[in-house]
Ligand binder design. Structure first.
Ligand code: ADP
Ligand code: MG
Length: 729
């Protein structure tokens, strides 16, 4: 056994839970105590400054310089009570994760004496001089100025001894270099479009906000074992490893009791979350061994996403304290479940109506129905955009691989609601509604709440499921920034709602009353989007065939999926709704493709290295042992006996030798394929070459290595095996 593997297992045997005591008192005593929330603003800001912040949050009113100075000063005073020494603009560049550059409050005054100072200017805008973030060509390094600007709608918070100020990140020319900027635009777009539709029903509605409740799945691996797996360290997933004799087939991990070391980790994580005002609520084991999930109570999309970004960061740091490493990769282990990040999404009015929840009155249910039907059409029309928003080098192993759901978009409504829609189509026809027909229809619509309450059907295989008062987009990957799917969904919805309203207005202009016009357009939408509705098993092969027949799109190729961002429909949404300009969209596509290419490139290099420097030498050692054994047997046994005894041995030696040769050849071929791809100038061609000509080797080389793992003496196998990685005590 390699020293690494041996010591790792020894360390593992001695592990104990690292318990962290909860603070005494109630949760509400310390909840949010690291957040500069409204309560603290009231305490630390002069009334005028407080009013300015609230005005900015609620109505987008700009904050003037004097006010900004006052706010910065108040923020600093509060932060000092927590022993804070530094501050940072906290932003979400187009890499995985967040970025921060810490500055001390220290400044020198006129006399050269040290003072601690934090001005409004520093609060509101900064130039992080961060020229190495991916920008897809928007920012040339010679004018590498990117600016961060305060996002007032997300409160500042303290991590360790640093005051973090959530910001957007834009280029010198004002183009978005991050996830937050386009997200805020998409949320504004859906607010505007949805409010206009709501006003047709209720004049009192002034705002529609989007909510997000994410469910974060992850794996934990003991840190010593992790450190003995170069593939995990460098790529976040195992590039080799034969499946364990036992993994998830008994379903004994799902919702099972949580191991004490993991409970201790979760406890500390939750405590930190509460201090930071992240309302985490649910924790449980997931399907695969060592896989877990954490979900909060839903919040406004922008805040929820900041909280998810912050959480992923906290998870990494706290896991280390508990001698774990957290794996946020979508498919760290072949053959067992991957990790997703379900995005629970809803739209809610400022008058307190959840637009995806059935109401008590027929009119209220018309509003509900209007939004549900528009979601159907939005997903139907934007299948490619939605897929592009969640496709990545990691997530493609979850979507499209044999063991995972396919990358086909469909909506599960539950059979009652689905029948209801079909019923509406049948009852309504182009002719004028008679009063009796209208009564019947209203009766039907009036029954919706009880229908939904009664029907408890859930479908866990649907990528976009209606779950009673929200939609759950399940295709998003565990490592992703939720902004990406949330931009696609909210911008898509904004676009769809605007189109809907225009169609209704057109009919009204032609003399139809509003109610009838709405019915008519809804009917058309229900018919047009019918193919996106699917109630069956979304993981089955029959569905793949059926979906193809229905003309739904599907692809497991990452570059192909990403390029759909440039299709007419996606452009209509992204550029039409002013989420991106031409330049920004082009750069997003470039960044996404480049990210994919680089990840496959790194995986390919790491696998080549492991195959040639770890696996092949181990196989040769074992092969030599077998050869020696054969050789000495000859001295002991006579010829007939020897022949009989050695037949199997020889087969095994031949097989090992054969695999060694193929591995070497394929590593060579893979390197050559990489070289060809690397020579291409064009990012698009490069990504396609990596997808078509490099990534298949990752699978085939792995397959030979996994067979060798079964054949070679466990004692000399260099890397921790799946059964060790996945069954950490
Ligand atoms: P499940 O595993 O059954 O899908 P969870 O309880 O793990 O359910 O997660 C559900 C998530 O959906 C939580 O984050 C919850 O806050 C969120 N959620 C509930 N209602 C809404 C809503 N109206 N809008 C958005 N998210 C919601
Ligand atoms: Mg869920």
């Amino acid at each position: 056994m390699s020293k690494m593997r041996f010591f790792a297992l020894q360390e593992l045997a001695n592990r104990q839970p690292v318990d962290v005591p909860y603070p005494s008192g109630n949760l509400s005593d310390y909840y949010g105590d690291h957040v500069f929330n409204r309560k603290k603003m009231q305490e630390y800001l002069p009334q005028a400054a407080y009013n300015a912040v609230i005005e900015a949050i609620e109505n987008g009113t700009p904050i003037n310089r004097d006010m900004a100075d006052m706010i910065a000063n108040g923020m600093k005073s509060w932060a000092k009570t927590l022993g804070v020494t530094h501050y940072t603009h906290w932003f979400q560049p187009l890499t995985d994760g967040t970025a921060e550059k810490h500055d001390n409050f220290i400044e020198l005054d006129k006399n050269g004496d040290v003072i601690e100072h934090f001005s409004g200017k520093l609060l509101v805008q900064q130039e992080p001089d961060a020229s190495s973030f991916p920008s897809g060509g928007i920012r040339n390094t010679f004018e590498a100025r990117g600016y961060t600007a305060w996002d007032v709608s997300s409160p500042a918070f303290v991590v360790d001894k640093t005051l973090c100020i959530p910001t957007i990140f834009i280029s010198y020319t004002g183009e978005a270099l991050d996830y937050k900027t386009p997200l805020l635009k998409a949320l504004a777009a859906v607010d505007k479009a949805a409010t206009a539709v709501c006003k047709m029903f209720d004049k009192n509605v002034k705002r529609v906000g989007a909510n997000l409740g994410w469910e974060q799945e992850y794996f934990l691996v003991d840190i010593a074992l992790y450190n003995a797996r170069p593939d995990l360290i460098l790529t976040g997933r195992t590039l080799m490893g034969h499946s364990s004799a036992k993994d998830q087939q008994l379903d004994d991990h799902y919702f099972g009791s949580i191991p004490p070391r993991v409970t201790a980790f979760m406890k500390e994580l939750e405590l930190e979350c509460y201090r930071l005002g992240i309302p985490v609520k649910t924790r449980h084991n997931e399907v695969a061994p060592n896989q877990f999930e954490l979900a909060p109570i839903f919040e406004d999309v922008n805040l929820a996403n900041d909280h998810n970004q912050l959480l992923m960061d906290l998870m990494k740091r706290i896991a280390n304290k508990h001698n774990f490493t957290i794996l946020l990769h979508e498919k760290p282990f072949k053959g067992v479940n991957g990790s997703g990040k379900h995005n629970n999404w809803s739209l809610c009015t400022d008058t307190g109506i959840n637009l995806f929840a059935p109401a008590k009155t027929p009119e209220g249910n018309m509003l509900f129905l209007t939004f549900i039907v528009n979601v159907l059409m939005m997903v139907y029309k934007n299948q490619d955009l939605l897929r592009a928003s969640i496709m990545s080098a990691g997530n493609c192993h979850r979507l499209g691989a044999n063991e995972a759901p396919p990358a086909i978009l469909s909506i599960f409504l539950g059979k009652h609601l689905s029948h209801m829609l079909d019923d509406i189509v049948e009852r309504l026809n182009d002719a004028e509604l008679s009063s009796e027909e209208k009564r019947q229809l209203q009766l039907g619509i009036g029954r919706i709440p009880s229908i939904i309450q009664d029907s408890t059907d859930r479908n866990r295989t649907s990528p976009f499921a209606f779950t009673g008062n929200r939609f759950e987009f399940r295709a998003a990957g565990s490592s992703a920034n939720c902004a990406s799917p949330m931009i696609a969904i909210n911008a898509g919805m904004a676009h769809q709602l605007r189109e809907f309203k225009a169609q209704v207005d057109e009919l009204k202009k032609n003399g139809l009353d509003q109610e009838h016009a709405i019915y008519k357009v809804l009917r058309e939408l229900i018919i047009a989007s019918k193919n996106i509705r699917f109630e069956g098993d979304g993981y089955s092969n029959e569905w793949k065939k059926e979906a193809e027949k229905r003309g739904l799109t599907n692809t497991s190729s990452v570059p192909e999926a990403i390029m759909k961002l440039n299709d007419p429909q996606s452009r209509e949404v992204l550029i039409g709704e002013k989420i991106f300009n031409e330049n920004e969209l082009k750069s997003r596509i470039e960044v996404d493709l480049e990210k994919y290419t680089k990840k496959v490139q790194i995986e390919s290099r790491v696998l080549g290295d492991l195959a040639i420097n770890h696996i092949v030498p181990t196989a040769v050692i074992y092969e030599n042992r077998l050869l020696q054994n054969l050789h000495f047997m000859k001295e002991v046994f006579d010829e007939d006996e020897y022949k009989e005894l050695c037949a199997n041995r020889k087969d095994l030696i031949r097989e090992i030798q054969h695999r060694i040769l193929i591995i070497k050849k394929e590593v060579n071929d893979m390197t050559e394929a990489r070289k060809v791809a690397n020579h291409l100038d064009n990012d698009i061609d490069k990504a396609f070459k990596y997808s078509e000509n490099v990534s298949p080797y990752l699978e085939s080389i792995r397959d030979h290595i996994d067979h060798l793992e079964l054949e070679i003496d466990d004692e000399i196998w260099p890397l921790p095996k799946y059964r060790e990685l996945l069954f950490t005590k």
